[in-house]
Design a protein around this ligand. Sequence first.
Ligand SMILES: C[S@@+](CC[C@H](N)C(=O)[O-])C[C@H]1O[C@@H](n2cnc3c(N)ncnc32)[C@H](O)[C@@H]1O
Length: 334
Amino acid sequence: MNATIKLEKKHFPVLLDELISIISPLYGGSFIDCTFGQGGYSKKILEHKQNKVFAIDRDEKTFLDSEIFKKKFGKRFNYQNITFREIDKINLIYDDIKAVLFDLGYSTIQIKDPSKGISFNSKGKLNMRMGINQFSAHEVVNKMSLESLQKIFKYFGEEKKSKIIAKKIVLLRKKKIIQTEDLINIINLVKKAKKTKIHNATKTFQSLRVFVNQEVSQLIYGLINSFKILPVGGMIVVITFHSLEDKIVKFFFKNYSENKNTSRYLPEKKKTKQLFSLIKKKPIFPSKEELKINPPSRSAKLRYAIKINDSNDFIDFLKKFEHLLNIEKLSNHL
Ligand SMILES: C[S@@+](CC[C@H](N)C(=O)[O-])C[C@H]1O[C@@H](n2cnc3c(N)ncnc32)[C@H](O)[C@@H]1O
């Protein structure tokens, strides 16, 4: 009985072996774990006595695990409860940063935490805040305009029925405050029951989580700011869980690793500076063995790149995703 509870409460670190073989902690150095969670990656890195880890997590509940780490690893471990887009503001006491790690998404603990309201099985007031948020899904669903809701569902969840779901929400909230169960009922009615394993509300819930946690700007500025503090030769490793995240990471690494403008007819100044060396162009997926023991890893993709040059110019990256950053800004009206 106890063992079952323990298992359910433990987060299974995704692609751990693959990540460790890429960052090679055996050779020593300092690492930044931007998504500490229960510290699956940090622990593995700190097993080598010459290594140091600076860990970040926006969920204040990860503080408890960080205290256990501090006791065990002493000065080799440091933790701050901030969002990773502020990575350039941390008091980085270690030098020689070998790699910055991002394991995006939610830990099992967060998904199973009823107070966070992340899963479809949640009840009552909508929430979806991971930590350090300005607003919750309750305000989004109960206050935002039909047009804004439609954009959020369409662009952050790729939900084809975004318009009708938004319309039904606006209609129902004239009569009552919308709670988690009401939202699920609306989506089920609009999408009808289908014989697939994927829950009808998957896309809408994803879009609300992305919006509430401002995940697009977090990722874009998290990548830019981690690049800024990383020395040349250091590595950025990102594990994504849905196509929106993967598109952002893929563009960042590819755009700045290829000198796409190789045509001699185009002006020299338009060439993109090469900032990264990409060892692998394709992402790394979990092995069959991992999928068997940890089915939620099925949507994970790992990409990594090695910094080869410094730069402060990320205009094309910001332009490419400007439309998504503008949707996030709709929250200014809340
Ligand atoms: C998938 S879990 C990481 C699990 C971790 N690798 C482990 O082995 O336990 C993702 C974690 O990242 C944190 N997180 C997500 N977005 C963040 C952000 N923008 N800034 C800081 N932490 C974030 C979440 O709170 C969560 O604890």
